[in-house]
Design a protein around this ligand. Structure first.
Ligand SMILES: [Zn+2]
Ligand SMILES: [Zn+2]
Length: 253
């Protein structure tokens, strides 16, 4: 665990933060997620999703016979290397704001709230509930040093705590710095990630049901790339969970 993260926890004990919703900042009695945010997540996060990549399906654009039962066009054209992905909700509204906050500040309360919501997704998806080992998507060492924390790792640690699962932050490393994925086409994103990730401890992967954690799943190229590397070491299953996911047919970055 990063030192500044631990210090933040200690500081919060000495100087308790304002009792505010960790997602939107509105006043709440105990600093819990406010009813408005909970309702937003329940409404937006519970719609039909692609059973493979977990993209939220825009209902009006979906044929009545395909309410989350068949893979989305992207998964139908090329199945990803992970077994399934799910997200707390789409990357918009309060969820997007909270993730941007977590990414820029590494605030523990925000990580804890998103971890709590991610744990709910795990509990309602039997395959995810059977996971044995949590692995956060790593950052390249230089970027980690610049930022001081890895938001995927913060999320993974909160989730590991809630689910009582081990979190392996050393199993996969980002061995090459890559260009930001934003603004790249799907093809360019895949090319951008070639040999960016490496499995460091293959012995921890073999036969395991792995839960990969990241803040956002956009095209799924990062999760797919790591999963290709993990597959070489015969895990039992690879599941991907993010605080926010994409919408089928909508490109948001
Ligand atoms: Zn709120
Ligand atoms: Zn899909």
């Amino acid at each position: 665990m990063h030192l500044s993260y631990l210090l933040q926890g200690l500081l919060e004990l000495v100087y308790p933060p304002r009792r505010a919703c960790p997602l939107c900042g509105s006043q709440t009695s105990k600093g819990e997620i406010c009813p408005h945010c909970l309702q937003w997540v329940r409404r937006h996060g519970s719609g039909p999703v692609c059973p493979v990549c977990g993209r939220f399906i825009n209902l009006p654009s979906v044929e009545p016979c395909n309410h989350g039962r068949h893979p989305c066009p992207i998964c139908a054209s090329q199945a990803p290397a992970f077994n399934a992905a799910r997200a707390v909700g789409p990357y918009e509204g309060v969820l997007r704001d909270a993730i941007l906050h977590l990414k820029s500040k590494g605030t523990r309360r925000v990580a804890a709230a998103l971890g709590e919501l991610a744990a709910e997704v795990v509990h309602r998806e039997p395959a995810f509930a059977a996971a044995e080992l949590i692995i956060p998507v790593p950052l390249a060492p230089r970027r980690l040093a610049r930022r001081g924390f890895n938001q995927a790792q913060l999320l993974a640690l909160e989730l590991g705590n809630l689910l009582e699962l081990p979190v392996d932050t050393k199993a996969v490393a980002k061995v090459r710095e890559t260009k930001p994925q934003i603004g790249l086409s799907r093809y360019e994103r895949e090319r951008n990630l070639i040999d960016a990730f490496a499995v460091i401890t293959p012995e921890t992967i073999h036969g395991k049901r792995i839960l990969l954690i990241d803040d956002v799943l956009t095209t799924g190229a990062t999760m797919d790339n790591i999963s290709i590397k993990l597959r070489r070491h015969q895990p039992s299953t690879i599941l991907a969970l993010t605080a926010a996911g994409g919408k089928s047919g909508v490109s948001f970055v």
